[in-house]
Design a protein around this ligand. Structure first.
Ligand code: IPE
Ligand code: IPE
Ligand code: MG
Length: 636
């Protein structure tokens, strides 16, 4: 689904022979509803994305109609949002304001992605899709960065450069869309992982994708030349002995005709063998075949265009598109009815769920439930008695080893995360029993997004479930739950659960339990630096007044005290981007036991170990004072 050319294409008005996309489904409201777009503003966003897709995607839009509503909305949001930003940059070269408009949109979008919401309808739809399907926005950052650079013009010297650019800017969008579709249709792999596991498939797909880009470059040639841009590498021109000046001046030469013939043959060869992916849903295979067929038709239109290619954009003919799409739609409809979409997008938090939580809080308050003692460990063992000054004030735990625990038992890694959630309950009870003030748990790091999609999905289920269970314990045990981490990227229901539980327990004064979810130490410090800079620029902070104390006020949970004891389970001895600011002077304890096998006794043992340590903070150990009657040795 290539979308962007270095200088974005202006949608040209269709010629009388051109293909007009079909009118939308008459029950568009139902499509939005089934796709989870429940609020009017979100619908407006998806509508705008649909319009942009329809206007500019003569292949992509009709193909989107082969998808069931939730996936169709996602395809519109991704494609439509990218076309919207393309359109912003799409101005005549004399419009000096265009780069600023593009920059402003991208900057606002990046901020919205960080915040996880937007007031702009298109960005709202985009963020809704990312959150609903748990897509990481990193590919957008790359794309935006390239678009920004493109405003200064871009020229490719070699095919390699041209390929690299396309793979950098267009392939990630294709891959993330494919990832979304695959996961939604029950294939728990990222497309890269699936392709890498099948010999030859990755290269074969790359050939198809290069053929798509080449076809689009030829289709967009007239538009690009209008902007003084040649969408092909110099190497292609040299091979065909086409002069760049002739091309920019739209001079039709025999060399140009030969080049077009050669390039269309090259692209056609790329489409010859569509590599089979065995695990695909039959409707998706149908859509992919139709996609390639439409591209072949597009190439035929390019070939037929001859001299006009320098001046007009070749368009598909309605009857050709219909010939491909009609049977594809019938096949896809049968396939979807036989094998319905197995994975639904996460539902938006409904008022009922939120009320449910509030109701829980209200019930506790109404009952004026007394603070209870934690359930003792089944063995009956009691916590060690330690002098108050030997107790750490803040214990932070890297709960590692879930995956290895599961693998060692022949189970999927996701089972390890489920088992790990039980260990959390026991350790929290143990922390209350021993009288700890602060316990911080590393539940999901900003780096953990690199894991396979099915594992992330399982974690995004386990984490809110675990936090909900903590709420059940928190109110009677007087535990205050806090969340440290970035909202951007987390599915809406996870964010909602974390903020609701934070809210529900804000009056509790016993143990403070900080859940680090989507937490990264560097991200936290970067975020703090950005906020602090903004305040400094706004004149609220005097740079000379910036102290360690002031900077700490900008961290996710400013009240979090320094970590005294940092415990890592699972045998590895590293800190993995966990609390670099707060744990600067922490005592480190590493245990080999994997997290699911940990219980409160391990926490207590680590605390005992801590109690035996000498902390110096850069100073020297205190010398024991000699008794008063012992004289210091005389100096000679
Ligand atoms: C820790 O266990 C849990 C999270 C990172 C979410 P792992 O899943 O890292 O387990 P190992 O280290 O692969 O065994
Ligand atoms: C750290 O564990 C993150 C959490 C426990 C949430 P990882 O398993 O992600 O750390 P590395 O990758 O081994 O450093
Ligand atoms: Mg690990």
């Amino acid at each position: 689904m290539p979308t962007t050319s270095p200088t974005p294409a202006t949608p040209t008005s269709p010629t009388p022979m051109s293909y007009t996309p079909p009118t939308p489904h008459p029950f568009l409201g139902t499509v939005y509803h089934r796709g989870g777009a429940h609020t009017p503003s979100l619908r407006r966003g998806y509508q705008a994305c649909r319009r942009a897709t329809r206007r500019t995607g003569e292949i992509e839009y009709p193909l989107s109609l082969l998808l069931p509503p939730p996936l169709r909305l996602a395809a519109w949001a991704l494609y439509g949002a990218v076309r919207t930003v393309d359109d912003l940059a799409d101005a005549d070269p004399h419009d000096t304001d265009a780069p600023h408009r593009l920059d402003a949109w991208i900057t606002a979008c990046e901020e919205d992605l960080r915040q996880g919401h937007s007031t702009d309808p298109v960005r709202q739809a985009l963020i809704h899709t990312l959150l609903t399907w748990n897509l990481q926005p990193a590919f957008l950052h790359t794309l935006f960065e390239q678009l920004r650079q493109d405003t200064a013009g871009r020229r490719f010297a070699t095919w390699r450069e041209w390929q690299r650019y396309n793979r950098l800017i267009n392939t990630p969008l294709v891959l993330r869309t494919a990832s979304l579709v695959m996961r939604a249709t029950g294939v728990p792999f990222e497309p890269e992982v699936l392709a890498a596991g099948l010999p030859g498939v990755e290269e074969a797909w790359q050939q198809v994708v290069d053929a798509l880009y080449l076809t689009d470059a030829l289709v967009d040639l007239a538009d690009d030349l209008t902007r003084g841009h040649v969408p092909l590498p110099d190497e292609a021109l040299d091979e065909a002995e086409v002069s760049r000046t002739d091309l920019l001046e739209r001079r039709h030469t025999p060399a140009f005709a030969r080049m077009v013939d050669h390039l269309t043959d090259r692209a056609t060869a790329g489409f010859r063998h569509l590599p089979a992916l065995p695990a695909l849903h039959p409707a998706i295979s149908t859509a992919l075949t139709a996609y390639a067929d439409l591209y072949r038709l597009r190439l035929l239109r390019v070939k037929a265009a001859h001299t006009t290619l320098l001046h007009t954009t070749p368009r598909l003919r309605r009857r050709d598109v219909h010939r491909v799409l009609a049977p594809a739609r019938a096949k896809a409809a049968i396939a979807w009815s036989l094998f319905p979409l197995p994975v639904r997008p996460a539902p938006l938090p409904t008022p009922a769920r939120v009320e449910g939580l509030t109701e829980k809080v209200r019930t506790y308050a109404a009952r004026q439930q007394p603070i209870t003692r934690p359930t003792p460990h089944p063995s009956g063992v009691r916590p060690p008695r330690l002098p108050a000054e030997a107790m750490p004030r803040h214990v932070a735990i890297i709960m590692d080893g879930n995956g290895r625990w599961a693998t060692a038992r022949g189970l999927p890694r996701t089972e390890g995360h489920r088992a790990g959630a039980n260990a959390v309950t026991d350790v929290v009870h143990g922390a209350v029993e021993i009288g700890l003030e602060n316990l911080t748990l590393y539940m999901f790091s900003t780096e953990n997004w690199k894991r396979p999609a099915d594992e992330i999905q399982a974690l995004m289920y386990e984490i809110p479930a675990c936090v909900q269970r903590l709420l059940d314990d928190s109110l009677p045990l007087d535990i205050r739950v806090r969340w440290a981490g970035l909202p951007g990227g987390l599915p809406a229901d996870v964010r909602e659960t974390l903020t609701e539980v934070e809210q529900a327990t804000r009056h509790c004064t016993g143990l403070t339990l900080t859940a680090c979810v989507n937490y990264g130490g560097r991200a936290e410090l970067t975020f703090a630096a950005r906020q602090l800079t903004e305040d400094a620029l706004a004149g609220k902070v005097e740079p000379s007044q910036i102290s360690e104390h002031l900077l700490a006020q900008y961290l996710h949970v400013p009240e979090l005290p320094d970590v005294d004891l940092l415990l890592r389970t699972g045998g590895d001895q590293r800190v993995s981007n966990f609390l670099p600011w707060q744990a600067a002077y922490a005592e480190l304890v590493f245990v080999d036991t994997c997290w699911p096998d940990i219980d409160r006794r391990d926490l207590w043992r680590a605390i005992e170990q801590y109690a035996g340590r000498t902390r110096r903070y850069g100073s020297v150990p205190r010398q024991p004072q000699p008794p008063a009657d012992v004289k210091a040795p005389a100096r000679s």
